[in-house]
Design a protein around this ligand. Sequence first.
Ligand code: MG
Length: 432
Amino acid sequence: MESVPKESSRRSFLKKGLATGVVGSLGLSAFGSELADAVANGPRYSNPSDLKITDIKTAYMRGHGTHMFVKLITNQDIVGYGEAMDAVRGTYGVATGSIGWDNMRQFLVGKNPLDINKIFEQILRRGHFGGAQSGMYVAVLTGIEIALWDLAGKAMGLPVYRLMGGKFRDKIRLYCDTASSSESPEDMAAAAMEVKNKGFTAIKFDIDWAGDPSKQDEFNMTASNGEIERMVKQVGAVRDAIGMNMDLCLDAHGRYDLPSGIQIAKEMEPFKLMWLEEPIPAENLDSLREITRQTKTPICTGENHYLAHDFRKILEKQAADIVMPDLHKCGGLGEGQRIANLANLYYVPMAPHMVASPFGAMAASHCCATVSNFLCLEWHWISKWDQWNELIQEDPIIKDGFIALSDKPGVGVTPDEEAIRKYAVEEAPSFF
Ligand code: MG
């Protein structure tokens, strides 16, 4: 039998006392104002054995693309929040729709959220013929999975990393995805130095420029000599500015074909990148393996792959040197841990893609803390840092390019519903 946390016992004693008038007749001041404050403001743990989900609500926000926030409501005084990204547009009915037999709500209401893996597996199996192998179905499930971890942590009075087996590290290293004001090598170098001066130890730039005048054709994916020369100049200027000790990554967004991917990777070898990301589209792992085999530049992929099954294929083929699941769409924190541990069997590091709110960033950080082969976590909001900070109730969580892991129950930070409402997708029903 699960024991009731001390805080819950104390609260229920005082609650009962107030209800029966025992405490009231003494006056709460009889216990001292400090105790009264502690009861009012202290941790609000629940009784885990009797915890049940009573409802699921969602809210959609425009931020870095579309964010889906999940709110799981319970029969006790705790709620769980989750966040999913990118593959969530138009998915309102998938999670919360009113048709009882055709949404994920049916697997949540009445269930104890501590059964995280069981609920996750039930929802996956229910969708076997409905797209549960990837895409929107998995992304929506991801938001729910994170909310389950948040709830479980709050119910047990433990941070999520503790529920996931404990932490290897206290703070999570970020790499800053950086956009320059122009494509000129000088402006890119200046943008890189700005990031370095803010304390970041790793940086990423995009090298695919749709407007490059050297580009010969809108649809053909071959990089011209002019495009490759432009990339070399840009990356050279950035590397000269930041020096060799700051890690540098490049993202090609899957815009090139195989011969161009090989050529770009080889041209980048002198710059000693931490990685070149998606030189070709995500789907053909045999082609990606060709690039990985032919270059010294580490190759990274994964933000467009889902569930551990997709990563098993990448790893078995040795198609990439680094895997980068997006923990807000690949299946969630538990699946992220499974992916990292699988990658670790191949001595492959994990560097998650991440464009979520600070709530989502802290949720991802819990997963990253629990695996030995974590490399670094993306952060993509430098041009909208103030808006990003607004999205949680707590103080800013990034300091000198790191996120210090929260020790509070659950994820440890709380989405600010007022702030999210400011940027809400108004067409979508919301939990506010
Ligand atoms: Mg990318």
